[in-house]
Design a protein. Structure first.
Length: 195
């Protein structure tokens, strides 16, 4: 499967054009949040993503609200809001957790993942989060780690194939590993990930 992953587009039309071109070679598109700048032209941006014609999994970041993205996804056939949800595609279970990006610990994320433990047991998974996990190359800014320890703990325990994340623009296009899990901030121009 080929996943086109991107994050932190913030309404950049040039990068949106790059995503549209790359999507032709993808089976599925994944947006890990911050599609807009505080919701500006969000409906138009989502219409553009829908017009790609590929199933697109999307989260809210810290520049959109959960309610905005969720409501707009209901208007478009190709867009799937995956915050606090799982989505099955070509033998993989995508796990979504959007918003935030500012806390070291997220008890709500921990409660959510505890609820889905049985559902994902024995399955191949891809974790999509707006915030990066703690203590990796994708959360290291200003000489310190700024990621989330709850996300890291989940990755260490459940070992998803990939964690697609973002939020920290300074770490765009960086990747790391937590045990066997690839952790990647694909940046606004997007990356094709093959699994």
């Amino acid at each position: 499967m080929k996943i086109l992953a991107f994050v932190d587009l913030h309404g950049n039309l040039k990068k949106l054009g790059e995503i549209k071109k790359k999507a032709k070679n993808a089976d599925i598109v994944v947006c890990a949040g911050d599609l807009s700048i505080f919701g500006a032209e969000l409906d138009w941006l989502m219409a553009e993503l829908n017009d790609i014609g590929k199933k697109t999994l999307i989260l809210h970041g810290n520049h959109e609200t959960e309610e905005e993205i969720k409501a707009l996804c209901t208007l478009f056939e190709n867009l799937e809001f995956i915050h606090k949800k799982t989505y099955e595609f070509q033998g993989y279970t995508f796990i979504g957790w959007g918003g935030g990006g500012f806390s070291l610990v997220d008890k709500e994320f921990e409660r959510f993942t505890n609820k889905i433990n049985e559902k994902i047991k024995g399955k191949k998974t891809v974790l999509v989060t707006h915030a990066p996990p703690y203590n990796t190359k994708v959360d290291y800014i200003y000489k310190q780690h700024a990621g989330n320890k709850s996300i890291r703990k989940f990755i260490e325990t459940k070992q998803p194939k990939i964690n697609i994340c973002g939020h920290l623009h300074e770490t765009a296009n960086k990747k790391d590993k937590i045990k066997k899990t690839l952790v990647i901030n694909p940046g606004a121009e997007g990356k094709i990930l093959i699994i």
